[in-house]
Design a protein around this ligand. Structure first.
Ligand SMILES: C[S@@+](CC[C@H](N)C(=O)[O-])C[C@H]1O[C@@H](n2cnc3c(N)ncnc32)[C@H](O)[C@@H]1O
Length: 273
């Protein structure tokens, strides 16, 4: 998940969902007047921040900052997407926030990141503390996703278990939950957010071709698989997806034509400080 170059070529699903989310929920954001400062948490390579989010934010934004735990991602984002008003910085949303960032953002966004965070309450409290009074956040992150079941199956197999020891760490805390919106809403309200709205959306993504599926699963793979085992790992990964009927059974090998459909749940949370 550190390969920014591969990620920017492979995040078609994430880009589609960020766009749909901003089209639907962006209209309901009450943007402040005067100069505003905006943060995108878990910006990755920076392409969603600049190619999608930036198009929705008003002209009175004087600073758009993307942050990410990964130094590689931030270096790539600064090299490819920084400009006068836009920059990128390393920041772990699960750690103590630098004091100079407290209460400094009018809007906080995050796409496809918070499912990686184990200490949800710490991250959401940090988001609250990063916002100025009256500021708003819009956060989209994964609930149930077939990829997480693949991690579980492979982590139990004799062949792969030593490489996937910490698989649970990379599975959304809401993957097994039937009613994640209730948990997230309660958590946000208890932290102090007001006007909290949380929805859990049923989404479907049909991969246009094999390369798109390979690119996505490889670019978000959090496990350190040795180079010489990568192809074998991908074969077994695809076989699990076939057993789960995510990949059509007629798609018989990794190099042939393929029909793959992800049905998954995306949680969208909005709140005000
Ligand atoms: C799937 S990418 C999403 C990137 C981008 N937002 C998008 O929608 O394409 C998730 C990103 O979250 C970052 N991330 C994971 N844990 C994080 C944390 N605790 N704090 C900040 N970023 C984190 C990863 O490094 C990765 O770049």
């Amino acid at each position: 998940m550190n390969n920014a170059e591969l990620y920017q070529r492979s995040n078609i699903l994430q880009k589609r969902d960020a766009l749909e989310c901003l089209e639907e929920y962006g209209k309901r954001i009450k943007w402040k007047n005067g100069r505003i400062k905006i943060l995108d948490i878990g910006c990755g390579d920076g392409s969603v921040t600049v190619d999608i989010l930036k198009k929705f934010i008003p002209n009175n934004c004087e600073k758009l900052i993307g942050c990410d735990i990964s130094e590689n991602m931030i270096q790539f984002a600064n090299e490819h997407h920084a400009s006068d008003h836009t920059s990128f910085m390393v920041l772990d949303i699960e750690e103590d926030m630098p004091s100079e960032l407290r209460e400094s953002f009018d809007n906080v966004f995050s796409f496809y990141t918070l499912q990686w965070v184990k200490h949800q309450e710490v991250a959401f409290t940090n988001i609250y503390n990063l916002l100025k009074k009256g500021g708003e956040c819009l956060l989209a992150f994964l609930g149930h996703m077939p990829v997480f079941d693949v991690y579980r199956v492979l982590s139990r197999s004799t062949k792969w278990k030593s490489w996937l020891k910490d698989a649970e760490r990379f599975i959304s805390p809401y993957h097994d939950n039937q009613n994640p919106e209730k948990i997230v809403k309660q958590m946000m309200t208890s932290i102090g957010f007001t006007s909290v709205e949380v929805e859990c959306l049923e989404k479907t993504f049909i991969f246009p071709d094999l390369d798109a599926l390979k690119g996505l699963v490889t670019s978000v793979n959090p496990f350190e698989i040795p180079k010489d085992l990568e192809e074998d790992f991908l074969l077994d990964y695809f076989n699990v997806l076939r057993d789960m009927h995510v990949i059509d059974h007629e798609s018989s090998n990794v190099d042939g034509p393929i029909k793959a459909t992800f049905n998954y749940r995306l949680i969208v949370a909005k709140g005000r400080k």
